[in-house]
Design a protein around this ligand. Sequence first.
Ligand code: ADP
Ligand code: MG
Length: 592
Amino acid sequence: MLERTLASLDGRGYAAYKHLRGTHDLGGMDLVVDHVQVDPYAPPSRMRLVVDARDAALPADLVADRLGRIAVSDFLTRRFAAAITEHFSARAGRGPAAHGDRRSHHRRGARPDAQKPPVTIGTPGQEILERSSVLLAPDRVEARIEVALPAAGRRIRGREAAELLLDVLPELGRSALFHGNLDAEARTALAAHVALLRDQDALRTALRAAGLVAFVGDGAVLPRSSGASDLPLTSGAVAFRSPDSLRVSFDLPSGRAVTGMGVPEGITVVVGGGYHGKSTLLRALERGVYPHIAGDGREWVVTRPDAVSIRAEDGRAVTGVDISPFIGNLPSGTDTRHFTTTNASGSTSQAANLMEAVDSGAGALLIDEDTSATNFMIRDERMRLLVPAAKEPITPFHDRIRPLWRDRGVPTVLVAGGSGAFFALADHVIAMDSYVPYDVTQRAHEIAAAAAGGTTAEAPSSPDTAFPATAFPTTQPGRVPDPAGLQPGHKQPRARGLGSIQFGRQDIDVSHLAQLVDPAQTEAIARILDRLAREADGRRTLDELVDRIEAVLDENGLDALSTYRGHPGHLARPRRHEILAAVNRHRGLRLV
Ligand code: ADP
Ligand code: MG
């Protein structure tokens, strides 16, 4: 039937492809064509390969729980993506003659691997995320794919389309979606993938009770192969080795036991010479809020799920945020309890980022000196003498780091290789030396005590004694967005890659969110913003609005973010912190 339709479409104008819409039986699976592109240059057509759950026969123990389903879906997505690559690179390898058409003629000279395959299913990176690419429902397994339907100029290439839809897609589906078609090795890999995610998740859940912010397993490989790649560094990487005093072990559900460094609650300061691996450690902790695939090197770098990395971000917009714990007395007389600007400075942007993170429920802060505003972090003695406190709007983070932990229960991991100012405030000081961590807490406390006029033998009894008086102010009442400011106009918000969201006529810059890791997460945030616009009522706070959306996602999955039935697009679940961070960077945000 589909074959006859395609034969009749051959040579006709491209728009006639719309006749493909609907469900087609491919023998053993259905092809559902949800949306057909209007021309060859439009975004590709959205289709689903649907397999009956009984035929897919995924082992019940693997898909019994939510985590298992996330892991299996991730595994099948990767397998499908690999099958696509394999199929099309083998084809390209046969050379342009194999195509024998004008398009391949044009492409002569292009490297085969540079050609984009006509079928995509999204490209998972090193993290295992809940994503929409492969749906596991009680009755069916669905691969959500995008297909560029073949054209010669603006004419339909019916025979090529027939090969693609009738031969290639079923072949891809058979190799990726049926458990019965997996060889022994792949079945073992699937079970191991599920066990790995369950283990990592159990460890992440155990951190809080163990009084830890993060865990870094012995043997972990933290450095990446380059600044532009998230793959592990393969040559010359020094494997992680925990210091004796911070070593902890966990027994995990699979029976596996892991040993490594526990990063304790409270204040942990990471010191060490330049280039000794401080930022690399912190970046691994940032990413540790997400699970990682086997072979990544960071499988056992596990951080509290609500840890938020904070940096300076000058130029960002800020809307009605209480930054008064850090900034007051501005020369302009601006009220910093409701601070608004279209162009924040380094220090005010970092203060806003921090306060927003704390308000979004951050369970820990991760801060690197490399990306911080110095005047936000510290003010030294000489400067305190020269510029009296009354003339200085900034209360540096140095003065707030302990109250933030003591009064708000928010711990911090701080990389500070350039200043000893935090020694007295730290519960733990870790020195990175040639990529190996050492516990230097005692020595750092001695140095701090000596500098404060005590003797080197006399360390402060508790870092809290360094700042007994200042209390961290309590939370400001929730911020209620004005619905008018959230309307995107007639065009739905869309992600433009990882770091930007097109929203009405202005883009939202999310490129500095270190823990936004996948363009599919950005796309999901774009959809969430659209939903926020519809749910905002001038009464609910941003927090409440995001709570509601998260409850819907928990209940109905990412498909709930689709405005129509069928292929929802390639989405991955973002954290609430990144959702709120995107809203907070929206330049049209207004509060009631
Ligand atoms: P710092 O922040 O202390 O100045 P970085 O973390 O930026 O240092 O690391 C400096 C360089 O060392 C980077 O190129 C990084 O990839 C590399 N590096 C970090 N950790 C390791 C490691 N464990 N093994 C090998 N190279 C590493
Ligand atoms: Mg650094």
